[in-house]
Design a protein around this ligand. Structure first.
Ligand code: SF4
Ligand code: SF4
Length: 114
């Protein structure tokens, strides 16, 4: 299926459909506790000029919590406060243009299990 952003999404093979569990990201997110470091961003764009030349801007799609958005000025905005530290942006940016560190000690997300 052709999407209007140029990417193609593929249907799962019939033998796989129905075998995967239903996962609702919003239900998982409410189990996370955030300790936001308002003084120190642990994610940043290295060079906005590189983003300007990045045709498909996959960061707008791969982050499960939409940390990356396109601002009115055409620049990628980084809402690092919402990050759940999945690590996808460390490998998802085709130009390695996202600076990434773990939050400082005492900050970040805490996952509850059970
Ligand atoms: S994928 Fe990387 S280079 Fe492309 S717009 Fe996003 S941060 Fe910039
Ligand atoms: S680590 Fe995961 S949740 Fe955090 S910004 Fe990157 S893709 Fe989004």
């Amino acid at each position: 299926m052709k999407r209007n952003d140029g990417f193609e999404s593929k249907e799962l093979p019939a033998e796989v459909q129905g075998t995967l569990p239903d996962v609702y990201v919003d239900d998982l997110l409410v189990t996370i506790k955030y300790f936001v470091d308002e003084e120190h961003a642990h994610l940043w764009i290295e060079d906005h000029e590189v983003c300007a030349r990045c045709r498909h801007k996959p960061c707008l799609y791969f982050c499960p919590v939409n940390v990356y958005t396109l601002g009115h000025d055409g620049k990628i905005q980084v809402a690092y406060q919402a990050c759940v530290e999945c690590g996808s942006c460390r490998v998802g940016c085709p130009y390695s243009n996202i600076g990434w560190t773990l939050p400082r000690g005492g900050y970040g997300v805490a996952y509850k299990f059970g």
